[in-house]
Structures are given as structure tokens and as C-alpha cells.
Design a protein. Structure first.
Length: 385
């Protein structure tokens, strides 16, 4: 009886010991099971368009500003026929000056010209008269010489004939010079008349080119000085005077396409017209000129910013986060058959969140899009669903 009780107690203690070891045995069994492969986010290397861009910003300016001055001074403004914002054509009247004095000056110049013309006629008549007198004096001299040789004329008569002929010849020369003086006077009168006509024409202040009026200082009753009366934008062309960082200047070429955001107007297309010719030593910026497509509302002074597209090409790209870089270079974690294959690559431009791959990865290959630095070549992974 006592022996049976001791045996029952020993068996109970053994059962308790085995029940306490059960969890440890279960943990050992679980540890022996194979570990799960890490889950990674994969992305495909794709071939597509990529662009190289240079950022720009600045203000809109007139491509060609034209100042209009009064070409005659001392005459008051009697009429204004153009206002700021008007589109004008070449030759269109912008303002008028008083013509009273200018008309009188032209009339005076016309009279002087007519008098110079009369002087020409008078000089020609004097030449004709002097020529006739010389012909007569020559004939008299010849007859007198014949009479002197025959003894029928005295020496004094001959001397008188010689003097008369010489005087007539001198008179003809003087008349010829007088014609030259009259012709010079006519040319001078012609020039004076032309100036007077031009001055009268300049009383109408006209636009030298077609364009848009952007400034007016002309006032009724004012007498113009040296300041411009009007300022025009030739052909209404407005462009962007853009600041460009010095490190990007070598990428720019005239004719490069541009996408510009203009304040209040939105996106406007354009092209690089002039590359910066110099760099400001303080700001380290160069100034480029970008011609913009004609869009209503473009005005000098508006702020604008955007990009100059320096290159556009097709290339193999991967997510920008897939490219790992350190002191040893750039690499991408390619996944093939569930294993990591670390590839050294040569990366290029970043465009819309993707990085250009010049060498090392082919289109269609799968790469680890994020957290690739935690893996090494040969690691087993599985793609995230």
C-alpha cells in the first residue's frame, strides 16, 4: 500500500516536468523551420523620353524698345493721337506740333529758291551779252589791224581796239563766273527749301516702326525738349530676361526650347534667343534672352520662371531611389530569380522622379525600388504583392 502511493507520486512529478518542457521543445521545433525571405518593392527598368533642363527666372522686357523724339524744337504740341497701350503702324501720326512758323519758313525758302532760279537766267543772259560784245570787239580789232597795215588807221586806234577786245573777253569770263555763283546760290536755296519741307513734315510726329505704345510723356501745349515723347515696343515683341546660374551656361544653345510660367498668365512656350555673354562677378549669374510665343497679356515687368530644355532623348530609366551612391560609385540592386544582383552603373539625368541609366542595366530588368542598401549580392528576396 505504501509502495503504491510512492510510485503514484513519482509519476505525477514526472508528468509535471514533461509539461514544463513542452513550450521549450515547441520553440526548438519552430526555430528549425526555414526563415521567410524579405519582401521588397520592385520596379522595372524602362526605356522612355528624358529631358535635360536648366532653371531660369527673371522679368519680361521689350525685345526692342524704340524711343520717339521731336525732330524739330521750339514748337508747341497741338495734338496727341496715340495713348499707352495703342497698337500703331509704321508712319502713323502719334502727335502734332504747331505748323505756323514752319509753314512761314517753307514759304520763305520757296521764295529764295525762285530768286536763285531767276539769278541763273540773269547770269546766262549776261554771258550771252558778253559773248556778243566779245565777237564784235574781235571783228573790230581785225579790221583795225588791216587798216593799220595799209596806213589808213593810227596806232592809237589800234590800241583802242585791242583794249576793247581784252575788256570784252574779261567781261565774258566774269559773266561765266557769275553763272557759277548763281548755280551755287540755286543749290543752296534748294537745300534750304528741302530742310524747310522736312521741318514741316516733322511737325507730324510719327511712329518709326510698327509696335505698341508703352509710355507717353507728350503733353498738349508743351514744347518738347530732349526727352522721348513716346516709347514703343517694336512689333509688340516681349521676351524674358532670365538669370541663369554660371554652372549651367555651357549647356545652353540658341534655339533651345523653353517652358516659361508667367505670373497671371500660366505657361508660355518660347526659345532661347541669346545665351549669356558674361557673368556677374557678385551674383554669379548670367542673363539670357528667351523669345516668347505671342500671348495676349504679355507685359514688360511681369515675373516669370521656368526651364530651358537643353536635351531630349530616349534612355533606360529606373526610379531615382533605386540608384545607390557612395564613395565607391553608383550601383543598382537588380533582382533575378529571387536573388539580388548588385550592378555597378553609370547614371545620368534625373527626370520626373526617374534616373537615367547609361550603362549597367537593360530595359525590362527588375530592380529594388527602395531600401536597396540593406541587401547584398546573392541575398534572396521576394517581390511585394
Amino acid at each position: 500500500m505504501a509502495a503504491s502511493g510512492r510510485l503514484t507520486g513519482i509519476m505525477a512529478m514526472l508528468a509535471l516536468s514533461l509539461s514544463g518542457m513542452a513550450p521549450a521543445l515547441a520553440e526548438t521545433a519552430q526555430g528549425a523551420a526555414p526563415a521567410e525571405r524579405p519582401v521588397v518593392t520592385l520596379a522595372q527598368a524602362e526605356r522612355g523620353w528624358i529631358e535635360a533642363r536648366v532653371p531660369v527666372s527673371g522679368s519680361l522686357v521689350a525685345r526692342q524698345e524704340v524711343q520717339v523724339h521731336a525732330l524739330v524744337s521750339g514748337h508747341e504740341i497741338t495734338g496727341i493721337e496715340a495713348e499707352v497701350g495703342d497698337s500703331v503702324t509704321a508712319g502713323q501720326v502719334l502727335a502734332r506740333l504747331s505748323e505756323d512758323v514752319l509753314s512761314a519758313e517753307l514759304a520763305q525758302a520757296e521764295a529764295e529758291y525762285q530768286r536763285a532760279e531767276a539769278g541763273i537766267s540773269q547770269a546766262e543772259s549776261q554771258i550771252a551779252s558778253a559773248d556778243a560784245s566779245l565777237t564784235q570787239a574781235v571783228a573790230v580789232l581785225e579790221r583795225t589791224r588791216s587798216l593799220r597795215q595799209s596806213g589808213n588807221a593810227s596806232q592809237a586806234v589800234l590800241d583802242q581796239a585791242i583794249a576793247t577786245e581784252a575788256s570784252a573777253r574779261a567781261a565774258l569770263a566774269s559773266a561765266s563766273d557769275g553763272l557759277g555763283v548763281a548755280r551755287a546760290a540755286l543749290a543752296q536755296a534748294h537745300a534750304a527749301r528741302r530742310i524747310a519741307r522736312l521741318n514741316l513734315d516733322h511737325a507730324r510726329i510719327t511712329a518709326p516702326v510698327a509696335g505698341v505704345v508703352v509710355a507717353r510723356s507728350a503733353r498738349l501745349g508743351a514744347i518738347p525738349g530732349g526727352e522721348p515723347l513716346f516709347t514703343l515696343i517694336a512689333a509688340g515683341e516681349v521676351e524674358l530676361e532670365a538669370d541663369v546660374i554660371e554652372t549651367a551656361l555651357s549647356q545652353l544653345q540658341p534655339g533651345d526650347a523653353a517652358e516659361i510660367e508667367v505670373a497671371g498668365l500660366g505657361r508660355v512656350q518660347g526659345r532661347l534667343r541669346l545665351s549669356p555673354a558674361a557673368v556677374d562677378p557678385v551674383t554669379r549669374l548670367g542673363q539670357a534672352r528667351i523669345a516668347l510665343d505671342p500671348v495676349p497679356g504679355l507685359r514688360p515687368g511681369l515675373f516669370a520662371s521656368g526651364w530651358v530644355i537643353t536635351d531630349r532623348r530616349q534612355a533606360v530609366t529606373v526610379p531615382a531611389s533605386a540608384v545607390l551612391a557612395d564613395a565607391s560609385g553608383e550601383r543598382v540592386q537588380v533582382v533575378k530569380d529571387g536573388r539580388i544582383d548588385t550592378r555597378e552603373v553609370r547614371a545620368g539625368q534625373i527626370w520626373q522622379g526617374r534616373r537615367e541609366i547609361l550603362e549597367g542595366v537593360e530595359a525590362g530588368e527588375a530592380v529594388v525600388a527602395r531600401a536597396g542598401a540593406f541587401f547584398r549580392s546573392g541575398d534572396q528576396v521576394q517581390a511585394a504583392p
